[in-house]
Write a protein that binds this ligand. Sequence first.
Ligand code: NI
Length: 137
Amino acid sequence: MVYVTRRERFNAAHRLFKAEWSDEKNYEVFGKCSNPNWHGHNYELFVTVKGKVSGETGFVVNLKDLSRIIREHIISKVDHKNLNIEVDFLQDKFVSTEIIVKSIWEQLEHQVKLLGAQLHCIKLTETENNYVEYYGE
Ligand code: NI
């Protein structure tokens, strides 16, 4: 089994908050990410797939195809958008990095199968110091 990772980047706005909490309580729990007037992050998304190396191409998956499905199903929907209100696959979800990676997994799992590989990990960096990984369980 060989693992292959593609990185894609996007910029998006969000806000972490609970409507039933005061601004003070939201700030206490979510810090600057609770800013009532939104804020943005420069996200980096790493999609790792695994599979057997093809005897014909020498690839697990053609990275051109992997990049295309990530851009089509994720990046085109989130780049320069507000994650709280504009993204179909995040509707009614809390947009923490943890929940975003699980949602991205749901969007890509089947698409990666169609390429003849298996999704292994979704990693998302929100800041240069923080990232979250999801392995599907
Ligand atoms: Ni934030």
